[in-house]
Ligand binder design. Structure first.
Ligand SMILES: Nc1ncnc2c1ncn2[C@@H]1O[C@H](COP(=O)(O)OP(=O)(O)OP(=O)(O)O)[C@@H](O)[C@H]1O
Length: 610
């Protein structure tokens, strides 16, 4: 293997003990192979050449049987160590993939297809198995045993030793040639599989939309095309594998034939060697080639594994380019730790961590937005702000037209996006100086489409808890969030199962469930994306009063659409085309900002007409 993947190298260095064990077992295996041949040659020599009685070789045959048993046990041991190495490596690699995915920044999670990522995390990591379970043990055997056999052969009969020495390099040479081609093919196969999985999952998720727009058939053809390319890539690899096996077998047969011919000539024509020596050498030679041949097959699967591992590495590299190291002050914060998943399917976890920042995070904190600038991509939408102070416990409303950058500003304040320049100051220190987990421990984000996991109401609410939590506490949080009436109608109450993606819950109900999580957490900072679609009056009131209760002791920043929310806010941030134009109370902005007055007017008319 010319260039070992760094992921594989990492695994190797962490498994040095197992490698040493493999080397010891391989050496012992080599000794049993040579002993076995020696004992067998001796037994045959005594019985057939020296015509000794069968009973005189009982002991010899007994030892031979014991050596064979030991050889079997050692082979089994080698396999076991390989499997153990593979299992450990796969666990580590999968942990690394999961770690990277959960710590990836928000923009990077939006890149690529989910199905493709799943196929890499599951299938590609599985493919790495054969590198450790087959390739490594075989390579170790190939590095030790053939040398041992070669030494014994040279001692016994130098001519055969030279034949082995001359023909053996053809096998690795051939392996390298084929292996190179297989690796490319294998990478191609994984690209095809990832595309196939991605297309398949995307189509499943958007099946209703596809049907409505009459695109189901076209999508079906797309799936068919990608499945055919996957088949072709797999067949390509198999073709190489079969050719590989055929060529290796031919080389081995030819070589053994040459050795046998040479031995026969020496034994019968020149009578320059004993039967014992000839037979011993003839027994050892197939073992020699068989080991090299096995290595060839293992090399093929090792190469296939490397292609798969390369894919895993690429994925890790791609996500790590975007991810934030928790200790990296420059890095973008991620939503890791937020108690409610936003509509981009962010995964949340809450764990207690020390603040890296030396100052105390007094709560609720004061927040200063200080000349932020942000772009998703060059030459696209740009967000700009001046300097604005948000006092502890204030209720802030971000308002503006659709696409003006409200959500982007909210994500920048929350640390979910990293500004290109400027800072968000929390208690007068840059947000980037805080340990992200510690910061998110105090933040709850209630999006318009909170993510509901497959599980019961209780399990979904308990996600908001910092430690272990009692059923009574979960139920109290549910009631405070206004879920009591809904739960009372269900046969299994809080133990009712809500499906993946929160199937069976309305938008308002999902938000109440997200609120229940927040009630368990009691955050100091609440980020709230107010529903744009009209909820019924009752639901809206329940949500409104629950949020108000939760926000009593917190700084709340709302992307606001309701006039009521806007009027009640302590401070309104008015966004226009990415620019934070002005901030102030409702009456102040009405007076000095015509665009704001116009927006309020439109909102009022909308209310009356709807
Ligand atoms: N992930 C993204 N990548 C690239 N551009 C984005 C991304 N998210 C938002 N944008 C763009 O940034 C601009 C501001 O979007 P943003 O969601 O902040 O607006 P908004 O005021 O919250 O809109 P709405 O009220 O409709 O939700 C829009 O032009 C949008 O297309």
């Amino acid at each position: 293997m010319k260039r070992k993947s760094s992921l594989v190298s990492q695994q190797m260095s962490s498994q040095r003990k197992n490698m040493a064990l493999l080397a010891i077992i391989s050496l012992a295996l080599g000794i049993t192979i040579v002993s076995q041949a020696g004992l067998l040659a001796e037994a045959v020599q005594r019985i057939f050449v020296e015509k000794a009685s069968f009973s005189s070789v009982y002991l010899l045959l007994g030892i031979l049987l014991a050596v064979m048993a030991v050889r079997t046990l050692l082979s089994y041991g080698n396999g076991k160590v390989g499997l153990h190495m593979a299992a450990t490596a796969k666990t580590n690699m999968r942990a690394a993939v999961l770690q990277k995915l959960t710590h990836a920044s928000m923009p990077s999670t939006l890149l690529g297809q989910t199905g493709g990522k799943v196929s890499i995390a599951l299938d590609a990591v599985d493919e790495a198995d054969s590198y450790f379970s087959q390739y490594m043990p075989r390579m170790m055997e190939a590095a030790i045993i053939p040398i041992l056999i070669l030494v014994v052969t040279f001692i016994q009969h130098a001519n055969t030793g030279f034949i082995l020495l001359f023909t053996a390099p053809f096998i690795p040479l051939f392996m390298i040639l084929v292996g190179m081609k297989t690796k490319n093919k294998s990478e191609e196969k994984y690209a095809q599989l990832a595309e196939f999985s991605g297309t398949f999952l995307d189509s499943l998720q958007g099946l209703v939309t596809l049907k409505i727009f009459g695109r189901a058939h076209r999508q079906q053809q797309k799936i068919e095309r990608s499945s055919l390319s996957y088949r072709d890539a797999t067949m390509g690899i198999l073709k190489i594998a079969f050719t590989n096996t055929f060529m290796l077998e031919s080389i081995v047969m030819l070589s053994i034939g040459i050795v046998a011919l040479e031995l026969a000539i020496q034994l019968l024509v020149f009578k320059s060697m004993t039967f014992h020596t000839a037979f011993l050498v003839l027994l050892l030679v197939p073992e020699f080639y068989s080991l090299l041949k096995n290595t060839g097959t293992a090399f093929h699967s090792g190469r296939t594994s490397m292609g798969a591992v390369r894919k895993v590495e690429q994925m890790l590299e791609e996500t790590s380019g975007e991810s934030m190291n928790a200790n990296d002050n420059e890095g973008a914060l991620t939503s890791d730790g937020i108690d409610v998943i936003d509509n981009m399917d962010r995964v949340d976890r809450v764990s207690k961590l020390e603040l890296t920042h030396s100052g105390d995070l007094s709560l609720p904190p004061s927040i200063v937005i200080d000349h932020l600038r942000f772009q998703y991509a060059p030459d696209s939408f740009e967000l700009k702000t001046g300097r604005i102070q948000l006092s502890p416990g204030e209720h802030i409303a971000i308002v503006g037209k659709s696409g003006s950058g409200k959500t982007t500003l909210l994500h920048l304040i929350a640390g979910l996006l990293k500004p290109a320049s400027g800072t968000v100051l929390v208690n007068e220190s840059p947000l980037s100086q805080y340990e992200e987990t510690a910061w998110f421990e105090h933040v709850s984000y209630i999006t318009q489409h909170p993510y509901i996991f497959a599980g019961t109401f209780s399990e979904n609410i308990a996600i908001g808890a910092r430690g272990s939590i009692s059923k009574a506490e979960i139920e109290r949080a549910g009631e405070e969030a206004g879920l009591a009436a809904l739960i009372a109608q269900l046969d299994h109450g809080f133990d009712t199962f809500v499906g993946e993606g929160g199937r069976g819950l309305s938008g308002g109900e999902k938000q109440r469930l997200a609120l229940a999580r927040a009630f368990l957490k009691r955050p100091a900072i609440i980020l709230f994306d107010e529903p744009t679609v009209g909820l019924d009056l009752h639901t809206e009131r329940v949500l409104q009063s629950s949020i108000a209760k939760l926000a009593k002791t917190a700084t709340m920043i709302t992307v606001a659409h309701r006039l009521y929310t806007i009027q009640q806010a302590d401070k309104i941030l008015f966004m226009d085309n990415g620019v934070l134009v002005d901030s102030g109370r409702h009456d102040e902005l009405l007076e000095r900002l015509p665009q704001y007055a116009e927006m309020v007017d439109v909102e009022r008319k909308g209310r009356v007409s709807s």
